[in-house]
Design a protein around this ligand. Structure first.
Ligand SMILES: NC(=O)c1ccc[n+]([C@@H]2O[C@H](COP(=O)([O-])OP(=O)(O)OC[C@H]3O[C@@H](n4cnc5c(N)ncnc54)[C@H](O)[C@@H]3O)[C@@H](O)[C@H]2O)c1
Ligand SMILES: [Zn+2]
Length: 429
């Protein structure tokens, strides 16, 4: 772990590096652009080629889609407690979604024109569910179940299968319960390209949702235009801001839980306390002993974990807003007044008891959140992203008469006299 105090000479320059922008690496950008071009040109053949290369799986037109038999088999093999957990999470997601949908409305403007907005679900979306390092059963829910709540009719999911062609049964079951209507066994940039551009057998979608590794995220970024996307949710990360009111064992546990996500995730801890970093470090060493992925976590602790002793909480908040963490755990006295100062975090967990893992799996808000600093510009997945927005305008002659003078002025300034005439004709009719 990198440990620095504001008294250290290296501190200021390190803190400056935390002010991030999500800009793709050149190597990834070029590789993904080649993959997209190949899928555009050769469709399924290119998809199979990359799946062979990166996932060691030989796919064919027959095995590309998860079959009805495979789904039935998965449903039969999943234990009841797993089904209950999936259902509890799904219910919370629907409950959370219901409150956040945009509502149709209609009103009158100053000239008496009726204006309003109408929201309708997308017809066909894609949910990418990562599957490289762990079967992210919860990620299936955290994307697809929102689409289901919004009433999207066609939800195609894409997730990488193992070299044996199998997808984790609990993940398949979660997708089924979340309204997935088709599932393809493809991951990576090739999956995103197939979903955005279509292939011989994959019909293109209108919008692509879901997290993934740097190749997945970069493919989504490059394909904006062909489709729209939710956000750029890449490798997971947490920032913990705590003062002496925090329980060190809880902080250590959350840092380890984050480290468990693997090599490319980031763990940050900023405190105003003189003693907390040492206590947390001791608790980490203690807890590591009993955890199954300890070696894995050690890599994250060694390479991408930082602990900072900040001058005061105002400075900690500045670091937070510059870093734009995916998850922020805020454990401080007078938490509400500090909460107000956080602007860029994807999700904020408030207080000692608010475990990030409850949000990862169950709480209700989507765990698909902006990473890599993109929280400055994007927010996490939410239900209204599955709704299209259309504005609706109506007017009677009285409203036209009240509008015509201003319209003619604009028409004159822009040199568009046909525009002016189209309104004048109606006003004088
Ligand atoms: N931000 C969020 O909300 C959120 C939520 C869940 C997961 N995540 C993140 O999603 C990521 C999942 O990553 P993952 O790798 O486990 O699964 P993934 O499904 O995103 O990626 C696996 C795919 O990447 C492709 N790939 C692998 N190596 C490649 C290479 N060298 N070149 C080109 N393509 C390659 C393969 O085709 C494979 O199918 C993790 O970093 C995790 O932290 C983020
Ligand atoms: Zn997590």
């Amino acid at each position: 772990m990198k440990v620095l105090s504001y008294k250290d000479s290296e501190y200021t320059s390190f803190v400056a590096t935390l002010d991030r922008r999500a800009i793709p690496e050149k190597g990834v950008e070029d590789l993904v652009s080649d993959i997209i071009a190949n899928v555009k040109e050769n469709g399924n053949q290119a998809v199979y080629e990359y799946t062979k290369k990166f996932d060691h799986l030989h796919l064919t037109d027959e095995s590309l889609f998860v079959s009805a038999d495979e789904l039935a088999e998965a449903a039969a093999s999943v234990d009841d407690d797993v089904k209950a957990a999936i259902e509890a999470s799904r219910q919370n997601i629907h409950d959370f979604s219901r409150r956040s949908f945009r509502q149709n409305w209609s009103a009158e403007n100053a000239q008496g024109v009726t204006f309003g907005e109408r929201f309708t679900p997308y017809d066909r979306i894609a949910a990418y569910v990562p599957g490289g390092k762990a079967p992210l059963v919860s990620s299936a829910l955290m994307t697809a179940a929102f689409a289901q709540a919004a009433g999207v009719k066609e939800i195609i999911a894409a997730t990488p299968a193992g070299a044996d062609g199998k997808v984790n049964p609990a993940l398949l079951y979660a997708l089924q319960q979340s309204g997935a209507t088709e599932i393809i066994k493809v991951g990576g940039a090739q999956a995103i390209a197939a979903l955005a551009l279509g292939t011989q057998t994959v019909r293109p979608v209108e919008k692509i949702f879901g997290p993934g590794n740097s190749f997945v995220v970069e493919a989504k970024r490059q394909l904006v235009g062909a489709v729209s996307i939710d956000l750029l949710p890449g490798p997971s990360e947490v920032l913990i801001i705590a003062d002496d009111s925090a329980v060190p064992e809880f902080i250590a546990a959350d840092m380890l839980a984050q480290a468990e996500h693997g090599g490319d995730s980031i763990v940050g801890f900023v405190t105003t306390s003189d003693t907390l970093i040492a206590k947390v470090d001791a608790a980490i060493q203690d807890q590591l002993k009993s955890l199954s992925r300890a070696n894995y976590m050690q890599t994250v602790l060694d390479n991408s974990t930082f602990c900072l002793q900040a001058k005061d909480l105002d400075e900690a908040m500045e670091i937070c807003n510059a870093f734009a963490p995916e998850h922020l755990s805020l454990i401080v006295e007078n938490e509400d007044s500090w909460l107000e100062k956080v602007k860029t975090a994807g999700a904020i967990y408030v207080g000692n008891m608010a475990a990030v893992a409850v949000g990862d799996f169950l709480a209700g808000p989507s765990h698909t959140l902006p990473t890599g600093g993109s929280g400055k510009s994007f927010s996490g997945i939410r239900a209204d992203q599955f709704q299209r927005r259309t504005s609706i305008v109506r007017m009677d002659q009285a409203a036209v008469k009240k509008s015509v003078d201003h319209v003619e002025t604009f028409a004159r300034v822009e040199g568009l006299d046909a525009h002016g005439q189209s309104v004048r004709l109606r006003a004088d009719a």
